[in-house]
Each structure stands twice: as C-alpha cells, then as structure tokens.
Write a protein that binds this ligand. Structure first.
Ligand SMILES: [Fe+2]
Ligand SMILES: [Fe+2]
Length: 466
C-alpha cells in the first residue's frame, strides 16, 4: 500500500547526524506519518551552494545513516539530485504529488524556518498543499502566530541540538563525535577521507591549468612519454610521444581558434590527470583529449558531406544538430592524419568518435574523455563544480552517467533535438546501473550487448578500423 502521510525532511545532510534521525522520529510520532523521506538537497537555495561534501557523497552518507537507524518508515530520496537546477521545495512537492497522488504531505523543519516560510518560492501554493511540522528547541517558546495561511504543528522535545559545522570541525581535527554520527556513516567518512584536511581525492590543480603559460603549451612538454621502446613482432613500434604532441599541437594551432585550442589543451591535461586517478594510460588519455575536437572547426555543410561519404545515415535528427558529426568525421580524420595512433592506440580513435553521442557500451577511455570534455578547466558553468569534485570519489561509470545525464538535461532545457542514439545510450546506462542491480553479473554484462543487437541498423558505423 502506498504511504498516505508522508513527511519530507530536506537538507544538505553535510554530514547526516543523530539530530536528523531523532527529528524524523519525533515528527513521525507527532503527526502519525507512515513514511519520512530524507531529501538530499543538491544546491540549497539559501546556502549559496556551499557544502563540504559533494551531493553524491552526502547521499551515500545518508544512506549509511538510515541503514543504521533501521527504521522501515525512513527512506532516502535522491529526487533533488536528479535535477540539475537549484532545489526548491515546490519542485519536490510537485514530484512527490505526482508519485503519491493520494498522500498528504508534511514538511519537517527547524524553528528557524518558521519566519522564512513566506519568502519561499511559491509560498502560497506551498501553504495550500503542505502541512508543516516545526521542531522547537528545548525551552523555546511557541511562536505567537504561524505565518498567515500556513498550517503548522509544533513539536517540542528530545531532539538533540547538533551543529553540522561543529561536527565537521571535530571530524577535521580527528576529535571523537560520540554517538552524534552513526557507526556506518563514520566509517564511510573515514574510508573516503571526507571532512578531513585535503584528504578528498580530487583532480589536482584542475582550475589552474588554464592559466598556465598562455596557451598551455609548456605543460605539453612536461607530459610523461609513451613507453619509449616498443618491440612488437620484431618491429620497432616506438611512438615518439613528445614529437607527436608537438606535431599535433602545431596543426591544432592552425586549425582551431584561440578558445578551441585552449579547450583542447585543457581537455588533454584533464584527461591525463583523470587517467592517473582511474588507472588508465596517462599518455593515451592525453592524446585523446588533445585530438578530440579535431574537426570541430569544419563548417557544417562540409561535416555533413564528409559524414555522408563515410557512409553515415544523415537523418533529420542529424541535420538538426550536425555538430555532433565532428566526433565521427574527426575520428576518421585523426586516423588518417596520424596512422601511428590508429595502429598503436586505436582506442584513442574510438574515444574521439564516441565523445558526442556515445554508444551503449562505452569503454573506460571513452567515458573518461566524455567527462573531461565537460569539466576541463576552461569550462565555466557552475553546474559542473560538483562533477569535478566527484572525480575519484565515484567510479568512472557513475561519473560518466552523471555527465551524460547533464548533457541530456541541457538538451531538454534548451529544447534541442536529441539524437536517437542518445536515448539508447541512456537506457543502457540505467539498465546497467539500476535495473541491472537485480540481475546476475553475467546477465548484467549482457545488457549493453542486447541493446545493440536489438537495433543494429541504428548504430553509427564503427570507425575503429578506418
Ligand atoms: Fe567535441
Ligand atoms: Fe570538446
């Protein structure tokens, strides 16, 4: 039976602690709730987006807290994390009303919230659709009157006052936090090095790369070389990395405008750093980043003509967004211009080909390049700050899915045409990540393959061997 009285306990949970759990229990008892949803805020509107752990990390910590609380009425909600915009309560209420049309909704809050209620987005609408449960601190008097129109139940009692900032300070100083943080949560904080002093794994110096020496060329020379001696079947397959990079950079300078060049160099550096974090070959990752937008400079009519010559189906969706073709034509152009790369590191060509739309079974370098393209240091969108922080804290599949999700949301928000393959890639990601959880590992591994086989005609021609 779906829950009929649902409490919403929203917050940044930075970190989640006993005060949250006790408040949920008290609210549940006071209002006869049969479910309390702990809604993790991605970017709270009043705190200016400042949190100390990423949204993904905070959700994982909350999950651990709720597992320790072992209350079947408590549930973690990622509702707000699935939106890339600022979190407003009204949006959460809309989403919950859609999911639980018959349920009565209660918003659980601290007493400092009461005065702010009229300033909330769509306050009148909220007052109509929500009841509020407000927790009073020990000894705090009941307000004379609730803000006009709001239905508020006050609870006063045993909820301990816990300050998240004090907890964070204790964690950073290595001081004990008593029973304020549940054991599993504390373990996770320690394992992942959260709230400590610079212990969170992240890509180093990501924000500084763009400023390095104008166009960043100096950094290129610092890059580690490819293995310098490679004997395969008795043939010397040495690829002189530094000379190769110098040749590529020279050509890129001629092909790309100033921003394009800085983006390619930034992406290359970001790829190399992420490769270190995820245990991929640093030099190959660097080359993939450097070369990924090789054909970004090609005018659209030429892109279409080239893609057609390569045997691509130019569908109406492609004509509506021909820029995606720079990945496919670029992969072929790079393979032709640098045959040693196509021969020795074909995965670079494949990653270039997959960096716009992707394919259902993305490989590690494909995923890495896709993410790096989005978060490299010349990108200035505030929506990617937490994606940068996620590097090293979640696995590459999860990171890629987050990035892909943002691209799709961007297309929807801007009302842009979505290539049919985008939907196939998305379905593959969801099946691998969520639906796949219920399957045996062998079955899970088959999912992307099944998706490809379901509709082979729709896949772009594989350029790996060109
Ligand atoms: Fe691109
Ligand atoms: Fe790019």
């Amino acid at each position: 039976m779906p829950p009929s009285r649902i409490g919403i306990l929203g917050g940044t949970f930075d970190p989640p602690h006993r005060g949250h759990v006790d408040l949920a229990r008290a609210a549940r008892a006071a209002a006869g709730l049969d479910r309390v949803l702990f809604v993790v805020a991605a970017r709270p509107p009043f705190k200016d987006g400042e949190t100390h752990a990423t949204a993904v990390q905070r959700a994982a910590l909350l999950e651990a807290t709720l597992a320790d609380a072992a209350d079947p009425g408590f549930e973690l909600s990622r509702l707000e994390l699935e939106r890339s915009d600022v979190s407003y309560t009204i949006d959460t209420v809309d989403a919950l009303a859609e999911r639980y049309p018959a349920a009565e909704l209660f918003f659980i809050a601290g007493s400092d919230t009461t005065d702010e209620l009229p300033q909330w987005k769509d306050a009148a609408e909220l007052a109509r659709r929500l009841s509020f449960i407000v927790n009073l601190r020990a000894g705090e008097p009941r307000p004379q009157a609730a803000p006009a129109g709001f239905r508020i139940t006050f609870i006063e009692g045993d909820v301990p006052e816990v300050s998240s900032s004090e907890l964070r300070a204790k964690l950073a100083a290595g001081e004990p936090v008593g029973d304020m943080i549940s054991p599993a949560t504390l373990r996770m904080i320690e394992d992942r090095g959260l709230y400590g002093k610079g212990t969170v794994l992240s890509v180093p110096s990501l924000d500084t790369i763009a400023q390095v020496n104008g166009k960043g060329v100096a950094r290129v020379r610092e890059r580690a070389p490819l293995p310098s001696e490679q004997q395969v079947d008795g043939i010397d397959r040495t690829v002189p990395f530094e000379a190769l990079v110098a040749r590529i950079t020279e050509q890129l300078e001629a092909r790309e405008d100033d921003y394009g060049l800085r983006h390619s160099l930034g992406c290359a550096d970001c790829c190399a750093q992420m490769a270190l974090v995820y245990g991929l070959d640093e030099s190959r990752a660097y080359l993939a980043g450097l070369l990924h937008d090789w054909d970004r400079c090609v005018p659209k009519p030429e892109l279409i003509a080239e893609a057609r010559a390569l045997g691509f189906d130019i569908t109406p969706e492609v004509l509506a967004a021909p820029a995606i073709l720079h990945a496919h034509t670029g992969a072929a152009a790079v393979a032709a211009a640098f045959p040693e790369i196509a021969r020795e590191a074909p995965e670079i060509i494949t990653a270039i080909e997959r960096h716009t739309v992707g394919v259902p079974d993305m490989g590690p370098l494909d995923e890495l390049l896709y993410v790096a393209d989005m978060i490299e240091p010349t990108r200035r969108s505030p929506n990617i700050a937490d994606l940068r922080e996620m590097v090293g804290t979640v696995d590459l599949d999860a990171l890629f899915m987050q990035a892909y999700q943002r691209s799709m949301a961007h297309l929807v928000r801007r009302r842009k045409v979505m290539h049919p393959d985008t939907i196939r890639v998305w379905n593959a990601l969801v099946m691998r990540g969520e639906i796949g959880q219920d399957l045996r590992p062998e079955e899970r591994a088959q999912l992307p393959k099944l998706l490809i086989e379901m509709d082979p005609g729709a896949m772009p021609e594989d350029l790996e061997n060109t």
